[in-house]
Ligand binder design. Structure first.
Ligand code: UT7
Length: 336
């Protein structure tokens, strides 16, 4: 007879999670539409009308992925009231870190002094931050980590072809961060997420790294089938947002803020209409001054809404990210 196997320790008692702090870093250099229009034969009016973008921030040399992430992370830790040694995991969502290996997260963890943290990157483009919040929430609830740093960071200007009419005016740079930690009450609703890889070429790096030089390019650029992505976002993302509201066990009228990925002001307006978002619920419109910063857009918009008093601390916010993949993720969160 084999002896009875010992049962494994359950780790911690199951617990809830919530976002305890957010932070953001916006590069110093403001780039108005007037700076990008000549190379794409466009106009300030066209860009504002078709996308809602007035200006964007582009990072200078010293505003690296790590430097921007560290600045955002320090603010988020200060709001959460924790120190770097308390971090159990560091997650970085980005598609513009220039190294395939190592990931940005361990470099960031070292920069912050997060010596006790596991660290890895998430590649889910504009949905990366919401993927990060989903993973962080489960890590905390399952007892793997007490505190998780989630950073969404991009230097999209490094991957932008200034002569490409479909993207040259769209992208911006920046970093946003959140600390997820334990909570006595549920603070992060169930995540609704997915990916349609059959449409992998709708937003993509123009050529793989191995072919950049043979294609006669100095660096790769991200290209986009703008209209196709626009239609997908408008038709498919409102139902995903509604599923996240339903999964959280609330109604849309319970929301204190709607914080969608900042891809295009017209996509935001269309989602508001389809969701029948009640008037008076504040909506993130950071895209006007920040443009589309991919993984950074939702945490940057969240930080701004809290700082400017547009959304209440402790309020309920619906966040939804969507983009290359085509991947998406949405959840309702309690604001820190
Ligand atoms: O973050 C990840 C998710 N990304 C998104 O969700 C982005 C989704 N897509 C979009 O936001 C929009 O497709 C864009 C803002 C990128 C483009 O706007 P659009 O309304 O879809 O433009 P379009 O490509 O349908 O072009 C409309 C017209 C065309 O002229 P005709 O054929 O109607 O005479 C284009 O040639 O505008 C012309 N056009 C431009 N004109 C001035 C296209 N690009 C430009 C330009 N400046 N940059």
């Amino acid at each position: 007879m084999p002896s009875a196997r010992p049962s494994l320790s359950p780790g911690v008692t199951p617990r809830h999670s919530r976002i305890l702090g957010v932070g953001g870093y916006r590069p110093r250099r403001v780039v108005p539409n007037s700076e990008v229009i000549e190379a794409i034969d466009s106009s300030d009016e066209w860009i504002q009308e078709r996308s809602g973008i007035k200006s964007r921030r582009w990072a200078s040399e010293d505003e690296t992925i790590i430097a921007m992430s560290a600045a955002a992370a320090r603010d988020a830790m200060a709001m959460a009231g924790i120190t770097p040694d308390q971090l159990g995991t560091v997650l970085v969502a980005t598609v513009t870190w220039m190294y395939n290996t190592p990931a940005a997260a361990p470099v960031l963890a070292a920069e912050l002094g997060a010596t006790n943290a596991a660290a890895f990157d998430i590649s889910a483009a504009c949905a990366g931050y919401c993927h990060g919040i989903a993973i962080a929430s489960d890590l905390v609830k399952g007892g793997t980590s007490d505190y998780v740093l989630v950073v969404g960071v991009e230097r999209l200007s490094d991957f932008t072809d200034p002569t490409d009419r479909g993207t040259a005016f769209i992208f911006g740079d920046g970093a946003g961060a959140a600390i997820v930690g334990p909570s006595e009450t549920p603070g992060i609703g169930p995540t609704v997420w997915g990916a349609d890889g059959t449409r992998w070429d709708a937003i993509q790096q123009r050529e793989p790294w191995t072919e950049v030089v043979s294609a006669g390019k100095e660096k790769p650029a991200i290209v986009m089938q703008g209209q196709a992505v626009f239609r997908w976002a408008v038709w498919s993302m409102a139902p995903v947002a509604q599923q996240a509201i339903d999964a959280a066990g609330i109604t849309i009228g319970d929301l204190d803020a709607f914080i969608p990925h900042q891809a295009n002001m017209r996509i935001i307006d269309s989602m508001i209409k389809t969701l029948k978002l009640p008037e008076g619920i504040p909506v993130a419109r950071d895209i006007a001054e920040t443009a589309n910063t991919s993984a950074a857009s939702i945490p940057l918009a969240t930080e701004r809404m809290l700082r400017e008093g547009q959304a209440p601390h402790g309020g309920l916010a619906l966040q939804i990210g969507f983009g290359a993949g085509l991947s998406y993720a949405a959840q309702v969160v309690v604001l820190p």
